[in-house]
Design a protein around this ligand. Structure first.
Ligand code: KG4
Ligand code: ZN
Length: 353
């Protein structure tokens, strides 16, 4: 065992035994470079995010090569800024957590390499965190009393998973999308409507001015009794409506289309996740992932849960889209569960939950 391994193991043990846990967390899986300091998995002491939106905007989506290069430039300053905002410095840290997948491999590798170097230099335990588990943990930051078990819908740009959160580190997949992720469907629909990247928030803003009952989108798969979902048909229906209207020279209300599309997607997500909660007898349902920033979804899920007597949780807006605080929370609970990564930690682009 190396001197580093010995020191890291001892520090990890101290955390498990109830010692102070200040986790320095890094997230670089897609188009945000983020760092945070999180105490005891619940208190955010400082955060910093550098978003790459302006960098990718003119291409209409994330360009992986540009993303990696920007992460390399920004990761150092972002970590420094998070520490500064916390009023702390590197020697005050107790562990390092980093997103190791799923995500863009080049982007992930930047965070993973940086975290490994920090852990080695500071003799701190390192823990690789699954990005999806991180999204779930965003709820722990917003609701200090929330603890497993509960059911959580994680709807992001890459995933739409309904999970039974059995404990802090154990998840059972109850349902998932069979094709596009919900956020991906929002992004593609937004592109078809000429709204640009990132599409979700722009489509939501346009939908606010429209009539959600104007257009109906067929979603037969989602009417089945199973808990899996499908969004590509809804997106294709929107694209077809738009094209047919243009060809026939008909007036199509883009706001009504956006509102109707959003309602179709939101209804499926709310219906399936409440049904999933009922199927396992869960009394609590949470929401997470970038799409959880969508107000229509938050409202619909809250109302659907309330009708069934299920308590509903969703993260504060700042912890819905990608951030490092959620990785710090998940990292803390992974350490408590005895998980620790070696310095051979690698990025796994297709990492499963
Ligand atoms: O979790 P996230 O930041 O990154 C991934 O892990 O993918 O999620 C980003 C996704 C994008 O598809 C984005 O369009 C969507 O979340 N999103 C939204 C909203 N804000 C972000 N979708 C609908 N309404 C929103 N307000
Ligand atoms: Zn995410």
């Amino acid at each position: 065992m190396t001197a580093y391994d010995k020191a890291a193991r001892e520090r990890a043990l101290a955390i498990r035994q109830g010692g102070r846990s200040r986790v320095l967390a890094i997230e670089s899986s897609c188009d945000e470079t983020a760092a945070a300091v999180v105490e005891d998995g619940r208190r955010v002491l400082g955060t910093a995010v550098h978003t790459q939106i302006p960098l990718h905007q003119k291409y209409g989506g994330v360009v992986p090569e540009l993303a990696s290069r920007s992460h390399v430039e920004r990761v150092g300053p972002v970590v420094e800024r998070a520490l500064h905002n916390a009023g702390l410095s590197l020697p005050d840290m107790d562990a390092v957590a980093v997103t190791c997948g799923p995500g863009l491999v080049g982007a992930l590798l930047v965070g993973v390499s940086y975290a490994k170097a920090l852990a080695l230099a500071l003799n701190l335990p390192l823990v690789g965190v699954n990005h999806i588990a991180g999204h779930v943990a965003a709820n722990y930051l917003t609701f200090p009393e929330l603890a497993p078990p509960f059911v959580c819908l994680v709807a992001s740009g890459g995933h739409s998973h309904i999970l039974a959160v059995e404990d802090y580190v154990r998840f059972r997949l109850l349902g998932r999308t069979r094709d596009d992720a919900a956020g991906e469907a929002f992004d593609k629909a937004a592109r078809a409507l000429g709204l640009g990247y990132p599409g979700g928030p722009k489509l939501e803003a346009l939908a606010r001015e429209g009539d959600p009952f104007r257009y109906a989108f067929p979603a037969p798969f989602n009417r089945g009794p199973g808990l899996d979902m499908s969004f590509s048909g809804i997106k294709t229906a929107l694209v077809n409506l738009l094209h047919n209207g243009e060809q026939r020279g008909e007036e199509i209300s883009r706001a009504d289309l956006a509102a109707s599309f959003q309602k179709s997607v939101v209804d499926v997500l709310a219906d399936k996740s409440v049904r999933a909660a009922l199927s396992v007898g869960a009394k609590r349902l949470a929401l997470a992932g970038g799409v959880s920033a969508n107000r229509a979804l938050r409202e619909a899920m809250g109302e659907a849960a309330e009708r069934e007597g299920i308590a509903f949780y969703c993260p504060a807006f700042e912890y819905c889209t990608d951030n490092a605080a959620m990785i710090g929370s998940a990292g803390h609970y992974a350490l408590l569960a005895g998980q620790r990564s070696g310095l051979d930690l690698n990025a796994v682009p297709q990492l499963e939950i």
